[in-house]
Ligand binder design. Sequence first.
Ligand code: BGC
Length: 460
Amino acid sequence: MVRIAARGTEAETRRVRRHVAVSAAITALGGLLFGYDTGVVSGALLFVKKDFGGLSSFQEELVTSLLLVGAVIGALAAGRVSDRIGRKLTVLITAVVFIVGVLLAAFTPTYPTLLVARIIIGLAVGSASMIVPLYIGEIVPPRVRGGLVSLNQLAITVGILGSYLIDYGLSGTGNWRLMFGLAAIPAAALFIGMLFQQESPHWLIRQGREDGARQVLRRVRSESDIDAEIREVREISQREGGLRDLVSRNVRPLLTVGVLLAVFQQITGINTVIYYAPTLLQGAGFGNSGALLANVVNGVVNVSMTIVAIWLLDKVGRRPLLLSGTAGMAVGMTITALSFLGGENLHGTLAIVAVLGLLIYTGSFAIGLGPVFWLLIAEIYPLKIRGAAMSVASMANWAANFVVTISFLTLLSAIGGVGAFFLFGFLTLVALGYFWRKVPETKGRSLQEIERDLTHSHAA
Ligand code: BGC
């Protein structure tokens, strides 16, 4: 009897895991689009420039950075929208906005229309960046939440790497319209796949639709866990409050943690490495193809170490990965900075050391701050204001990304590669100190337990 029951439970666990993994993978297509659309522009710009009769560097800059402006707005809007109309519908709308934006970019007749298209794509990227972890976080069981939410980060890194490879593959023909337009395929897949997914059970309970929530939970939880989860979520849903809660005594410290994680994720320099590495390496005496190759290797390290993170997050927890990853980033940055000390033109061993430093940096980001930021903001906020609070943290991430991206080249000419890398290394150490003191562990606990623990400890 006992053996049969155990086997029954095992089969049930496997069924649940399969179901939630498929849901998470479909939703993570939003992450793929986030990575692809932010990465594709560097290669596409070379050819856009030619077609529109030469663009000034400011005009080029606009094509890149207007996406980030759109993302700030998209991230801000998506949280409130998803609290109101539901997580699933928000993902569906996001997919439609993606499709409209990338098709407009692909068929754009003029340069100004391309700018409009980039803003529209940005709206979708910003929205996807928060709604994907939010939805996955609520639909999957606690024990596998870290890994499955971080499928989103894996998809981001695959999207970035895929965009390099597609830019490279299409560079012979210079077909920048196709570079932009190809993103319509995953966007359509996201839309169709999402039509077959369920609404988040937590959102349904909050709306008082417990029967609907129970139906969803039957697919994504073991039978024995369902009643307790409905009861717990109902209880936290009944708490008074609304948007004002965002700045209440309980939530404010958590909001600060989310926003600072967001800002540190960007001001420690990840996107300067991801987007400017070829420029930096060319400047340092690498040939064109050497610089591009180093970039692809960097992308592969980013993807591979994210896979390691997914494997470890639910085993060792968020904090150990975040802390060791951030320490590794500081080591990588320092190595790269030191290799530039003797002058900005690198040869032989020093060139290899510089690249190794960058790889250590990226690999360490991928195992810690990359996935852990997006995961934690899906875990630490009370259900009542989860969407809105995640919006604030994601918006801070995009705004910081914008500031760093737009000022990096100026920073580089002001303080040089050595100065910039030491600065990032220093900021990484400051981040490490903050994370050590303030970032909570969330491994293995249900979102309800986390909410109880965190809002109480902060109220005390
Ligand atoms: C960050 C992005 C970054 C990417 C790199 C994400 O977690 O938010 O800004 O480009 O990781 O893998």
